[in-house]
Ligand binder design. Structure first.
Ligand SMILES: NC(=O)c1ccc[n+]([C@@H]2O[C@H](COP(=O)([O-])OP(=O)(O)OC[C@H]3O[C@@H](n4cnc5c(N)ncnc54)[C@H](OP(=O)(O)O)[C@@H]3O)[C@@H](O)[C@H]2O)c1
Length: 298
């Protein structure tokens, strides 16, 4: 099986590629935006790094040709001077969908987020919802996987958790009272590869979350405890943080905006977890934390 991965240098992409190097039946075109990104991709005969341009339809189509499945990972939560939701989350998805049609791709896998909704008042959730719609209406069979905070080596969620759990005192948004369903990044990679192999007919949207609900406050305490540390967790009122973010980002453009604050303090609730539908064995939270804290290697 041959797959193309966009945003291959993302934290999810790097993990997925490591899983691919352990599989005997997979060849991957690892699509990134510049040659600089090649250095973070695993070195393996199964992986062909390739610079892709979302603004060049014929180049993108050429990159996708001959593959069975496209895994579209390129996407952002934090906007910057260089990129925004319209470009990274919507235009890039539109370009991939068009090129996938031209290239005769059999199946699309799109990684979205819990809360994605094309009519959302939140610009990030709206952009992911619009991207989902582009994928669902592409005419190609597709699997959309909505994910919560991802924990694994190199994910933004794991980096913040490690940093916070190593301090004696922290102040976090709303005192970390929001409830999360952290998903082990290895479980997501397993789900993606399963879908690529099976390429189910039609379009399905799955909400795949971790096995355990935990408040962010308790997650930090748990991670600290596993390192024989203890952290005093204080609170920054969300309203105040959003006001500060609004003032800062008016001048800076991007960064931690009120939109991002709403996303990262949202309760991650799902009606039904897709682990059964995707036949994925979820990693217990304790084991995921052991992996990122370094007690257990992948
Ligand atoms: N991490 C999480 O907890 C989480 C949770 C829910 C959903 N997701 C979704 O999972 C996917 C991967 O997330 P991640 O956290 O692993 O990503 P990441 O490490 O932040 O990497 C972002 C990727 O998007 C690419 N990108 C940025 N701007 C772009 C643009 N204008 N056009 C095309 N590509 C652009 C980046 O390429 P450059 O390096 O060239 O800028 C990079 O490959 C994303 O779609 C994200 O929305 C992640």
């Amino acid at each position: 099986m041959k797959i193309v991965v966009t945003g291959a240098n993302s934290s999810v992409g790097q993990n997925l590629l490591r899983h691919c190097t352990n599989a005997v039946d997979i060849d991957v075109i690892a699509g990134v935006r510049s040659e600089r990104a090649f250095s973070v991709l695993p070195n393996s005969s199964a992986i062909t790094p390739r610079v892709i341009s979302y603004g060049d339809p014929s180049d993108l189509t050429e990159a996708l040709k001959g593959s069975n499945c496209v895994v579209h990972l390129a996407g952002i939560l934090i906007e910057s001077k260089h990129t925004n939701y319209a470009a990274a989350n919507i235009a890039a998805t539109e370009a991939v969908v068009k090129a996938a049609n031209q290239a005769g791709i059999q199946h699309l896998v799109f990684i979205s987020v819990i809360g994605a909704e094309a009519n959302s008042r939140n610009a990030y959730f709206r952009s992911k919802g619009i991207a989902e719609k582009l994928v669902a209406e592409s005419g190609i069979s597709a699997t959309i996987i909505r994910t919560p905070i991802l924990l694994g080596h190199g994910t933004a969620g794991a980096n913040s958790l490690l940093s916070l759990s190593n301090r004696s005192k922290v102040k976090i948004l709303g005192g970390g009272a929001h409830s999360l369903r952290p998903l082990d990044i290895d479980d997501l990679s397993n789900a993606i590869l399963k879908v690529c192999r099976e390429r189910p007919e039609g379009v399905s949207i799955h909400e795949l979350v971790g096995p355990e609900a935990v408040t962010y406050r308790d997650l930090i305490a748990k991670a600290a405890n596993m390192q024989n540390k203890s952290v005093g967790v204080g609170s920054v009122p969300v309203v105040l943080a959003k006001f500060g973010a609004m003032v800062m980002t008016t001048f800076k453009g991007g960064g931690i905006t009120p939109t991002v604050i709403d996303v990262i303090t949202m309760d991650e609730n799902v009606k039904s977890n897709a682990d059964r539908a995707l036949s994925i064995q979820l990693t217990p939270l304790q084991n995921t934390l052991e992996k990122i804290i370094g007690k257990k290697l992948i």
